[in-house]
Design a protein around this ligand. Structure first.
Ligand code: GDG
Length: 488
């Protein structure tokens, strides 16, 4: 599938039914700067994955208007056409005040649900005031969705853990709406989920959907187990379906992916402009092995575990001194939350220590960037990297792994992948590691660097063929097929 086929298919199958997508993060952020208004694309898997889908299908994307110049460029309804340089679909912004952002986004979504769903109970904070704001903001989004529904068959597609109570709110306003949801992070087992004081409201809210997509079947099963224990609803385990308040909610494993062809093209284009030896030269990487890590700076991504493994690797294998450099791109994220700002300091300290301990006048073992690097540049780093390390301690899917594969146009790179990411089932030709097993992890870095060329190529070709044929357009096609089936 590609953008063109999905666009045609949508028009054919869903004529007159618009797609209304709801997410917290917006795909384009307008920012005031000294030299005028700039547009940023945020670092994050959800927007990276869904922007190509919306470009193909068009429709309306409703999200929090978080940029300092967002209001200036939007009309009185909060609407603006995007992408800014090639307008294809409508972005409708919802305005939140600081109290709402603090309670809804930094509070309940990212200090309660995010850690809990990543099974890190001790990091989760449940404050009633955060929950109240979260609930109110969900209602605000419901108010923003309703006027966009022009046909009762329009498809409302809600994204992620920021909007657990929104589906039920919409359902009570109009019973026949088509409401689908995609859950981008893990769904924990019941023993963990039951810690949430508002668990009944959350499940009830989500059961307002016709369809809920998760990356893998285990998350679907975990959800069903929670519903069974908490709601007393009727469940069909074979069909992954819940029967609640006279309606069905179907769950589906739908592993998300990337726009493979665009990543591949971007890589070829970027390298045509900036030649690779020049990037290597600029970074003092000529003749060196290069490793890459790209993450939103988040404790779930296993960045500290990765740095520990690199340290041990350098200790155990001194032959790699001055011959191996690791580039870590870690874009700051949710920095208003103490846990995140502390993590940033810890990571920087660890990198600094390694660079002091092992570095020389000619060699910096870990090069660290903490700024947003646009995809058009990011692909240069992916391409020159002999190995990429994705070492999350828990991760719904992980798109960086798939992006690295798409950018490996020379089929030379090796992916080192945590066994705790959703993507592991699909990318089984990677070198699989347990980020907590630091010795094995360090040895696998060496194994990646020393893997015979032929084996590297064989593994990379298999993974490239897989991601190419299971790309973001195949994923949206599967979502739409399911929507069509559920809402005939
Ligand atoms: C959630 C789930 C799931 C990174 N640095 C920059 C940048 N990025 C982009 C990457 C990639 C995205 O951010 C990160 O995607 P992930 O999938 O790794 O992670 P989350 O943001 O945690 O996403 C995750 C995903 O949702 C989709 O369902 O896979 O499991 O946690 O696209 O390239 N992008 C830009 N500059 C950077 O510096 N522009």
């Amino acid at each position: 599938m590609n953008a063109e086929t999905i666009s045609q298919l949508y028009r054919k199958r869903f004529a007159n039914r618009s797609l209304i997508l709801v997410s917290n993060r917006e795909p384009y952020i307008h920012r005031k700067t000294k030299t005028g208004i700039k547009v940023d694309t945020p670092a994050g898997g959800l927007t990276s994955a869904l922007d190509p889908v919306m470009r193909a299908i068009k429709g309306t994307w409703i999200a929090w208007g978080s940029g300092s110049a967002d209001k200036k460029v939007s009309d009185e309804e909060g609407k603006v056409m995007v992408p800014p340089d090639d307008p294809l679909y409508t972005l409708k912004r919802v305005w939140l005040d600081q109290k709402e952002v603090d309670g809804f986004y930094y509070g309940y979504a990212n200090q309660a649900l995010w850690p809990l769903c990543h099974m890190l109970i001790e990091k989760a904070r449940f404050h009633q005031r955060h929950w109240r704001r979260y609930f109110e903001v969900n209602r605000k989004f419901a108010d923003a969705v309703i006027p966009e529904i022009k046909n009762k068959k329009d498809i409302i597609w809600i994204q992620d853990y920021h909007f657990t109570v929104l589906p039920y709110m919409l359902r009570t306003r109009a019973r026949d709406l088509t409401i689908a949801m995609f859950w981008h992070i893990p769904w924990p087992p019941w023993e963990i989920f039951r810690v949430i004081p508002q668990r009944i409201e959350i499940l009830k809210g989500m059961l307002g959907c016709d369809l809920i997509g998760f990356h893998i079947n285990r998350y679907c099963q975990n959800f069903l187990e929670c519903v069974e224990n908490e709601m007393g609803a009727e469940i069909d385990w074979d069909k992954n379906t819940v029967f609640y308040e006279g309606r069905d909610t179907r769950l589906l494993p739908l592993p998300i992916s990337i726009d493979f062809n665009t990543f591949e093209e971007m890589t070829r284009e970027a390298t045509a402009k900036t030649n690779l030896p020049d990037i290597r030269k600029k970074l003092k990487l000529e003749g060196k092995y290069v490793g890459i890590g790209v993450d939103r700076l988040d404790y779930s991504k296993g960045i500290t575990e990765r740095i520990r493994a690199i340290k041990l690797f350098l200790k155990k294998y001194p032959a790699y001194h001055e011959r191996f450099t690791f580039i870590q791109i870690a874009v700051p994220s949710r920095t208003k939350i103490q846990e995140y700002s502390e993590l940033k300091v810890r990571i920087e300290k660890m990198i600094d220590e390694i660079n002091k301990e092992f570095g020389t006048e000619y060699w910096t073992p870990i090069i660290y960037y903490s700024t947003n690097v646009p995809h058009k540049e990011l692909v240069n780093y992916y391409r020159i990297a002999d190995i990429a390390i994705v070492s999350s301690i828990v991760d719904g899917m992980n798109l960086v792994a798939k992006e690295y594969i798409a950018s490996q146009v020379d089929e030379k790179g090796v992916l080192i992948l945590s066994e705790f990411v959703g993507a592991v089932a699909e990318l089984n030709k990677a070198i699989i590691i347990n980020p907590f097993d630091v010795e094995h992890f360090a040895d696998m870095i060496r194994r990646g660097l020393e893997m015979p060329e032929e084996e590297k190529k064989r593994r990379m070709q298999k993974m490239r063929a897989y991601v190419q044929t299971h790309n973001i357009f195949d994923w949206i096609n599967d979502n739409l097929n399911a929507v069509q089936k559920e809402t005939l």
